[in-house]
Design a protein around this ligand. Structure first.
Ligand code: NAD
Ligand code: MLT
Length: 310
């Protein structure tokens, strides 16, 4: 019988599908060396964002046929090495779209109404209504960087809340932007005219530190920036300095250059930053969607059927 290793926590719905065709071992929290030591036993590997499938792991993976990432990106997999070794890499491009979009929207509203700090204040025994005067998003400008699946949903909801939507995405047509009620602009205009900026682009060589001291300096003094896409798209040092000096209204981050977030100056900032531990895809619905989507692809490959590669 084929053997599948599940090395991050994935929904039971996926495990059930895999168990129909394979022996499934769930071993989470493995170090690179531990994973490298056991990977030769396995025909398939199922992961989320926690497991780093490095070149070293792949070199040792002599029986591996498929790696399935129960999520959107495959940036924690050394895809080039996998391809060289004939290992298929698959993912779930749509299973957590709504979850990630809703997390970004929740971040926007949490920033505008100071919800995390007001909550902490009440739980701390206070009844302070003066410190938490918010601002409405209605009639404000939302700048969406990346008008793909998640960015489009955020734009539609923003529009429904009465926001004006600017978008920057060099790969999207004017026609598509018009359909979504967005005005396509260049990144500088988006940064200088938006009240809220939300990032929905992949992390690539082109987008690493795309948002840096220069772009942050273009933001309006009250504007806020949200990153529920990938760590490393915003230069964290530049963001820290910008927030510390009070040059922008705030930031909300779900993703970090290095995860899990270790010691970081970002943790020292006050109520102008909201930090969540990569929760964008963490809804019950999304976890079922991505687990089923990826488990079905792994099952098919183990049964000798063609794969849909990431
Ligand atoms: P998508 O592929 O549908 O959309 C990405 C968009 O970014 C595309 O329209 C593309 O044209 C655009 N883009 C690419 N390079 C760009 C650039 N240099 N400048 C501007 N636009 C650029 O992807 P998606 O499903 O919408 O996901 C967006 C991001 O969200 C990905 O990085 C994904 O990994 C991340 N994500 C995070 C979580 C989370 O848990 N926080 C969950 C799901 C997805
Ligand atoms: C994804 O790419 O789908 C997300 O980062 C979610 C995750 O892996 O938890």
């Amino acid at each position: 019988m084929a053997k599948v290793l599940v090395s991050d926590s994935v929904d039971e719905a996926g495990i059930k599908i895999l168990s129909q065709v394979a022996q499934v071992d769930i071993k989470t929290g493995l170090s690179e060396d531990e994973l490298t030591a056991i990977i030769p036993e396995y025909d398939a590997l199922m992961i989320r964002s926690g497991t780093k499938v490095t070149e070293k792991v792949i070199q040792a993976a002599d029986n591996l046929k498929i790696i399935g990432r129960a999520g959107v990106g495959v940036d924690n997999v050394h895809v080039a090495s996998a391809t060289r070794k004939g290992i298929v890499v698959v993912n779930s491009p749509e299973g957590n779209t709504i979850a990630a979009a809703e997390h970004a929207l929740a971040m926007m509203l949490s920033l505008s109404r100071h919800i995390p700090d007001a909550n902490q204040s009440v739980k701390g025994g206070k009844w302070d209504r003066k410190s938490y005067i918010g601002s409405e998003v209605y009639k404000k400008t939302l700048g969406v960087v990346g008008l793909g699946k998640i960015g489009s949903h955020v734009a539609k909801v923003g529009k429904a809340m009465g926001m004006k939507i600017l978008a920057y995405d060099p790969f999207i047509s004017q026609e598509r932007a018009n359909q979504l009620g967005c005005t396509l602009v260049d990144l500088d205009i988006l940064f200088s005219e938006s009240d809220y900026i939300t990032l929905h682009i992949p992390k690539t060589k082109e987008t690493a530190n795309l948002i840096n001291a220069q772009s942050l300096a273009k933001m309006k003094p009250h504007a806020r920036i949200i990153n529920c896409a990938r760590g490393g798209i915003i230069d964290e040092d530049a963001l820290y300095e910008t927030l510390k000096e009070g040059k922008i209204g705030g930031a909300a981050l779900d993703v970090f250059a290095s995860e899990p977030l270790g010691e970081s100056k970002l943790r020292e900032l006050g109520n102008n930053i909201i930090l969540t531990p990569h929760l964008g895809a963490s809804t019950a619905e999304a976890q079922v969607n991505v687990a089923i989507d990826v488990a079905e692809q792994i099952r098919d490959v183990l049964l000798g059927l063609p794969a849909r590669s990431a």
